[in-house]
Design a protein around this ligand. Structure first.
Ligand SMILES: [Zn+2]
Ligand SMILES: [Zn+2]
Length: 352
């Protein structure tokens, strides 16, 4: 095996190039994987643009990418004890948590209290080298066996599918519920499916972009076009004036957060996975008097394995949200396509 690889290196905010860099060496309980597919996440676009200075990434230059699949090519010491062998096909996720703090031992490793502390925690593609490269190292806690029936491109979308399952779990969707989802991007569309898996009777997607509305309708969801009038009033009309039992906020814009809360039925629950970059004014009076619940939903915690059979069975329709693919060398074109509302892009797959 060669000792260098091609990788996407972000040199400074907004400036990146494909470079020849050393292939990383797997440490204890880590594997080295040949990356076969990596999917572009909204977070990547922010990170490449430098929207989270000093945090994601802590410093430039940096190799992003955290939704990926590939095959193991080398094992670090102890990785074999977990059953891993060279040639195994895996899907990766980003949170490599300490496993020891109170949140980790309670299974909420997405909330690791040692977040970002060197030697204890890393989040691949956020504060540690990611998978936009020919090879990546990952700790054994962050790789999951890819079933034979799922190809690598699908494997690269298992991480966002697990996030969509987590937000439906955080929303505590119950059989018969009406679920409204703000934002028909990849997480919103997949959260429609995970809501159905949990037994939702109705799923209504709220979106502005015509191509995403068309995609949501093609997948069989009801839709509200936010350009066509007041979406909160429309949702209330569609629900006999009552509102939705559960809102899943998947857009991360102040107004969509306000809509999501405004659309809730009395006693309703909103789980928010979109991350607004500015503060949001909340109608506290309604929240108190209607006993609304508002909870956050961060990444996933245990849903990687749980979502894979649902993807295999076609109940979480990952293939339906995959719209484009590009080679790693065309990353600039891929990002431009992702940002172009007229492209119809939802999930873009990069092949290193
Ligand atoms: Zn992501
Ligand atoms: Zn921890």
């Amino acid at each position: 095996m060669a000792d260098t690889m091609k990788a996407l290196v972000v040199l400074e905010p907004g400036r990146f190039e494909i470079q020849e860099v050393p292939i990383p060496v797997p440490g204890p309980s880590e594997v080295l994987a040949r990356v076969r597919a990596v999917s572009i996440c909204g977070t990547d676009v922010h990170l490449v643009r430098g929207d989270y200075p000093g945090f994601w990434p802590p410093a430039f230059p940096f190799i992003p990418g955290h939704e990926w699949a590939g095959e193991i090519v080398a094992l670090g010491p102890g990785a074999d004890l977990h059953g891993w062998r060279v040639g195994d096909r895996v899907a990766g996720t980003s949170h490599d948590a300490c496993g020891v703090c109170q949140k980790c031992v309670e299974g909420r490793y997405n909330l690791c209290e040692n977040y970002g502390k060197p030697g204890l925690h890393r989040q691949y593609g956020h504060n540690y080298q990611g998978a936009d490269a020919e090879y990546v190292t990952h700790g054994v806690k962050t790789i999951f066996r890819l079933p034979a029936g799922l190809d690598f491109a699908t494997g690269a979308v298992i991480d966002p599918a697990s996030i969509a399952l987590h937000v439906a779990n955080r929303g505590e969707v119950r059989p018969g519920d009406t679920v409204v989802i703000t934002g028909a991007g990849a997480i919103g569309l997949l959260a429609g499916d995970t809501s159905l898996v949990r037994g939702a009777a109705r799923v209504i997607l709220v979106e502005r972009q015509p191509l995403r509305l068309a995609k949501a309708r093609a997948m069989g969801f009801e839709t509200i076009d936010t350009e066509a009038g007041d979406p909160v009033a429309t949702l209330r009309e569609m629900t006999g004036g009552l509102g939705a039992d559960v809102a899943l906020e998947c857009a991360g814009v102040p107004v969509t957060v306000q809509w999501a809360l405004g659309m809730l039925r009395r006693g309703g629950r909103c789980a928010a996975v979109g991350i607004p970059t500015v503060g949001v004014e909340i109608a506290m009076q309604k929240l108190v008097l209607d006993e609304l619940e508002l909870v956050g939903s961060r990444a996933s915690a245990g849903e990687m394995r749980r979502v894979m059979p649902l993807v295999e069975q076609g109940r979480v329709r990952v293939r339906d949200v995959m719209t484009h693919d590009f080679p790693l060398a065309a990353y600039g074109e891929a990002i431009a396509t992702f940002n172009d509302p007229d492209s119809g892009a939802v999930k873009i797959i990069i092949t290193p």
